[in-house]
Design a protein around this ligand. Structure first.
Ligand code: SF4
Length: 507
């Protein structure tokens, strides 16, 4: 463990350095602060380092599935390799890509992430008939996750028993949990997984399809509190804003669901907690309330937490907005139009906006602003988009103009908080650790005297945790995968699967 006690008091960021930002001009973009350094590391990896990693991967016929919260330098090196068996994604996709690599002939799969991710990859490889393919973590010691551990506690089991004793209960479990947790929980209470980007939709959809349901969210207490606060705050915004979030809901249905939304109260991830609180404190102190900073604060409706509350305050004071991506864009463009109508000044006037939204929504906003600025006759205004995240957090976009941006992607981790991208466990997945492990794996075509199985046995400490037990006749892997498949079903159809609802009603 990197820490003994979870949930420390609110503390300032390690250094209250300015947040990363992008300056949008008619002529293009400029990166500012730590983001510029991260961008350089990502876009210009050392060619010798890239060549060494690529040679190791080829010689071991090894694939790499990495979580997208690896640091920018490591991601940059991985992206620069020509070796086809490399994938960077969220934890749901990691296992599927590992199977694709095994099918294409990879003999080893190295997982860069925390332990519940490597367990998942191992289980899906086994379930797909690739038991002979090696699957590896890059450290012998646990690459833990404090949320995953919280869900394996007796307190969580007791909380689930309480849910099981309550009719119409659905357990919405955060993706950052082990397959064992998901399997045991699903055995006790009908369970669906969620990520930070679909948790609001999952909870609201449950109440839309099953108005009498009780929803039990865990194990992330911080996110649970934020969700409860978000739902209560929606009542202030009125029916139009609620409908924008979920068309089946009104003030009346939101008020009715509040007492039936429960969350686990002993499951803190210290990283989310520290950055969530400290980031918002910094936005408020150094930006919003600063007499010189002159910023507006915006937050997407789906961003739970203190950032949402601060943006709501800003909206009331005419210096911000909470709403959809379009509402945020409309707010910024209205301010831009007003500035463009004023007399030209030199240097150009800079408008500043704190953007509280998932990183995935940022590129559309930034590109729209650039187009609008480019179309204006006078380049007298520039816009600074400030990302309220820990400086180390960057994410890839798939966009050729803006390949990486500050922040974290939807999925695991807190959207405005730096989330798992700043986690010390995630940082155990270093480039050195990856290369060291690859060097110890048997090279393809090595002499027949090299006993591959013996080498694998020597590296047993690097293997993902395995589960031998069965629950109600099913393997832990099979039962633990069901809540994930329910989430996938919901993402594909927009409705909760009938089988899950039938289970909820039957128990
Ligand atoms: S930051 Fe993410 S990966 Fe790290 S302990 Fe917290 S939830 Fe787990």
């Amino acid at each position: 463990m990197f820490w003994d006690t979870l949930g420390p008091p609110r503390s300032p960021l390690p250094s209250a350095t300015p947040f990363p930002s992008l300056i949008v001009r008619a002529t293009g973009f400029a990166a500012q602060g730590a983001f510029a350094e991260a961008q350089a590391e990502f876009l210009d990896p050392d060619p010798e380092v890239v060549a060494r990693l690529e040679a190791l991967l080829r010689s071991r016929e090894a694939g790499v599935v990495a979580h997208y919260y690896m640091d920018a330098e490591l991601q940059g090196v991985l992206w620069a390799c020509d070796w086809p068996h490399i994938n960077i994604s969220d934890s749901l996709v990691m296992a599927d890509r590992g199977v694709d690599m095994a099918r294409a002939g990879a003999k080893e799969i190295v997982v860069l992430g925390v332990d519940f991710m490597s367990e998942n990859v191992r289980a899906i490889l086994d379930a797909s008939g690739f038991q002979q393919v090696g699957c590896w973590r890059v450290a012998e010691q646990p690459i833990g996750c404090s949320l995953a551990e919280a869900a394996e506690s007796r307190a969580y089991a007791a909380w689930l028993e309480q849910a099981a004793a309550t009719p119409n209960s659905l357990h919405v479990v955060y993706i950052n949990t082990s397959l064992r947790t998901k399997a045991h929980a699903h055995h006790v209470v009908p369970t669906i997984t969620c990520t930070s980007s679909n948790v609001v939709a999952t909870v609201l959809q449950t109440f839309a399809q099953e108005p009498q349901a009780h929803v039990w969210f865990g194990p992330d207490t911080y996110m649970g509190q934020n969700l409860a606060r978000l739902f209560a705050t929606l009542l202030e915004l009125g029916d139009d804003a609620i409908a924008a979030l979920h068309p089946a809901h009104t003030s009346e249905t939101i008020r009715a669901l509040l007492p039936r939304f429960h969350y686990f109260e002993q499951g803190n991830c210290v990283v989310h907690h520290m950055f969530g609180a400290a980031v918002t404190d910094q936005v408020e102190r150094d930006y919003y309330d600063s007499p010189t900073a002159n910023v507006d604060v915006t937050a997407h409706l789906e961003v739970p937490g203190e950032m949402f509350a601060l943006a709501l305050r800003a909206q009331r004071e005419g210096r911000g907005v909470v709403g959809s991506t379009k509402n945020i864009l409309d707010h910024i463009t209205a301010k831009l139009d007003a500035a463009l109508a004023e007399p030209a000044v030199d240097p150009p006037r800079r408008l500043r906006f704190v953007l509280g939204t998932e990183a995935g929504m940022v590129t559309a906003i930034v590109r729209a602003l650039r187009d609008r600025l480019a179309a204006a006759e006078r380049a007298t205004v520039e816009i600074e988009i400030i990302f309220p995240v820990a400086a180390q957090a960057v994410t890839t976009t798939g966009d050729t103009v803006l390949p990486i941006i500050p922040g974290v992607s939807g999925g695991e981790g807190c959207s405005t908080a730096g989330g798992c991208a700043t986690c010390p466990y995630m940082k155990m997945n270093s480039l050195d650790a990856l290369c060291d492990l690859l060097e110890r794996l048997p090279a393809a075509g090595s002499s027949p005297s090299v006993d591959r199985a013996a080498v694998h046995r020597e590296l047993a400490g690097y293997e993902p945790r395995k589960y031998g037990e069965r629950i109600a006749g099913k393997t832990v892997a099979a039962l633990g995968t069901e809540p994930i498949l329910y989430m996938r079903g919901f993402q594909q159809t927009g409705s909760l699967p009938q089988q899950l609802l039938a289970d909820l009603r039957a128990r």
